[in-house]
Design a protein around this ligand. Structure first.
Ligand SMILES: [Mg+2]
Ligand SMILES: [Zn+2]
Length: 261
């Protein structure tokens, strides 16, 4: 472009003499310089503006403007967090005999606790996987049939937006890795659902739930049951119900990551 303009200018000079030629030459040179300047400005604007500064603007969004929100957005897409819910005494009412809680004997006896549905739906909307983790040792000891437990779980799945239900059917003497306070059920779910356990929470009504959560590196919330048994030690929060637990979880800062609801 530039070379063409100069060539034209030279040829104009070469063809004739006099003031007119000088005028044409000056005019052509002026046009040439103007075109070069405008081209340079356009180039600088387009190249430096779009190519060079765009990544700078993007990194400003990541590191300065709202880093937590960006992290949150990534997590929402992958759903790597979970709320692990103990079943008896958290989702459904327990039968308390001599100060100790017992599970419902049949599907007919299952009574969901007030606010359970509201809590589970709110947590699921906030992109927590909802995973029930429950010890059902009565199956090992012969007091309960596995089919009955499975029928109760079918009703749970039909009633709430639950992603998964992990069950330990063993008793203490089986020495399995899944009976809470062992964290096996949580590890199994974490592997299956690609969960970040450090960003996950367990809600339970007994010391076994809290210990399992701690062993897995989760945050722990105790739903006060007031049972006459060993007490849970130092849960991250103590609440009266699953609904209250959901409010704690959804309050900013509890899991270390901002929650967008
Ligand atoms: Mg329980
Ligand atoms: Zn087990």
């Amino acid at each position: 472009m530039t070379r063409f303009i100069y060539a034209s200018t030279s040829s104009v000079y070469g063809l004739s003499d006099g003031p007119e030629v000088t005028d044409i030459g000056t005019w052509a040179l002026g046009i040439g310089i103007t075109i070069v300047v405008i081209s340079s400005v356009i180039f600088m604007t387009v190249y430096l503006g779009l190519v060079r500064q765009a990544p700078l603007r993007a990194s400003a969004v990541i590191s300065v403007d709202k880093p937590m929100r960006l992290h949150e957005d990534v997590q929402c897409l992958n759903m790597r967090r979970a709320v692990f819910l103990d079943r008896d005494g958290v989702i459904n009412r327990v039968v308390v005999r001599t100060g100790r809680p017992f599970p419902p004997a049949s599907v007919r006896d299952v009574e969901f606790l007030p606010g359970a549905a509201e809590a589970i739906e709110a947590l699921r909307r906030a992109d927590f996987r909802i995973i029930v983790v429950t010890n059902q040792p009565d199956v090992a000891t012969g007091l309960q049939r596995r089919e009955t437990v499975e029928a109760i779980h079918a009703r749970l799945r039909a009633s709430f937006p639950i992603d998964d239900i992990k069950v330990c059917y063993h008793a203490d003497q089986d020495g399995c890795p899944c009976r809470k306070p062992k964290p096996g059920l949580l590890f199994e779910a974490a592997a299956q659902w690609s969960l970040d356990l450090s960003q996950s929470v367990i809600v339970g009504d007994r010391w076994r739930d809290i210990e399992a959560g701690k062993a897995a590196g989760c945050k722990t919330i105790l739903v006060r049951g007031g049972y006459a048994e060993r007490q849970a030690e130092r849960p991250d929060a103590v609440v009266a119900s699953l609904l209250e637990a959901s409010r704690v979880i959804l309050s900013n800062g509890f899991t270390g990551v901002e929650v967008v609801t």
